[in-house]
Design a protein around this ligand. Structure first.
Ligand code: BDR
Ligand code: CA
Length: 310
């Protein structure tokens, strides 16, 4: 397995990265690329470095990416993740810096030059990978799959129609959806089916590692938001965790190969992913759209993460 994690950390991004660090080696993780999304890209880059510092994995390199979507102004979500992006959860200060080379250059070079095909985990807006594909479309030949958290077949979480990651950069999502690589979509359809209930949080807490404290802090930040409590009275979805947990165990979710398109112009439905679940259009089936989850599996992977890391 060769993996690149593209991320806007982000509390649930942090959970996803910790899962990857617990289950994959430094050789398997080619790098972490950051992108503007939940927070500005500089804060996100620092957060990626803070997470690696905690895990003692500073050999993994961090590449800072795009500071704004391809064609639009940036929309952030500090009200969800805090101004520090990690909900005030006390990750250490980093002792290392990001690399000099930018994320898009790294994506293009490392994918082209990798001896094994590369799996890209997209945990934020698709700006970096979209730009890399526009500039060097041939990288698609060496992409094993792009597993992304984003979109939904059934309504959004940021507007009635759109999920946050896709809404922030719908043009980049459009590039990725039509790039020809194998695409696996972890949308709200699956992420809303696995909730960090108090019992699951307690199980993680009981492992009594430093990582367990951090994981509980990250998930509690979201669970305590009033707007989340309205929909999920006990716990929260842990969206991005699906992407890396699926690489650990791809029986986590199942789904169907269908056509997915993204709305890039309407004011009303901008960023909506139109998922042809009923196979009505004759458009290309471009996405493995996940719709069923083994929710206990997700939380056993998160619990194992807290036992494996410091
Ligand atoms: C997605 O939006 C972000 O706020 C989260 O990190 C996740 O990637 C969920 O809609
Ligand atoms: Ca994210």
């Amino acid at each position: 397995m060769r993996i690149i994690i593209d991320t806007d950390p982000g509390t649930d991004d942090a959970v996803a990265i910790l899962i990857a660090l617990a289950h994959f080696t430094d050789q398997e993780i080619l790098g972490i690329t950051t992108v503007a999304g939940n927070v500005g890209v500089k804060v996100g880059t620092k957060n990626a470095l803070r997470i690696l510092e905690h895990a003692g994995r500073n050999d993994i390199k961090v590449y800072e990416g795009e500071s704004a979507p391809l064609e639009r102004d940036l929309l952030t979500a500090e009200w969800v993740h805090g101004t520090d992006g990690l909900g005030g959860v006390p990750f250490p200060e980093p002792s290392k810096k990001e690399e000099q080379i930018d994320a898009v250059s790294f994506l293009k070079d490392s994918i082209l030059n990798s001896e094994e095909k590369v799996t890209i985990c997209v945990l934020g807006p698709m700006t970096n990978i979209g730009k890399a594909l526009l500039e060097k479309p041939e990288i698609v030949e060496n992409i094993e799959q792009i597993v992304f958290m984003g979109g939904s077949a059934t309504g959004g979480n940021t507007t009635p129609a759109a999920e946050f990651n896709i809404l922030v950069d719908p043009e980049a999502a459009d590039v990725v959806l039509h790039c020809g690589a194998k695409l696996v979509m972890m949308g709200l359809d699956v992420t809303h089916q696995a909730i960090s209930t108090s019992e699951r949080i307690q199980n993680i807490s009981d492992t009594k590692t430093k990582t367990s404290e951090l994981l509980v802090g990250l998930m509690s930040r979201l669970a305590n938001l009033e707007i989340v409590k309205k929909k999920f009275p006990d716990g929260t979805p842990v969206h991005d965790a699906f992407v890396t947990a699926y690489l650990v165990d791809n029986s986590l979710t199942t789904g169907n190969l269908v056509n997915v398109e993204v709305e890039t112009s309407s004011d009303l439905t901008l960023g909506q992913t139109v998922v042809d679940i009923n196979e009505i259009s004759e458009r290309d089936k471009n996405v493995h759209w996940m719709n069923l989850v083994d929710d206990n599996k997700l939380f056993s992977i998160i619990t194992k993460t807290s036992l494996t890391l410091p």
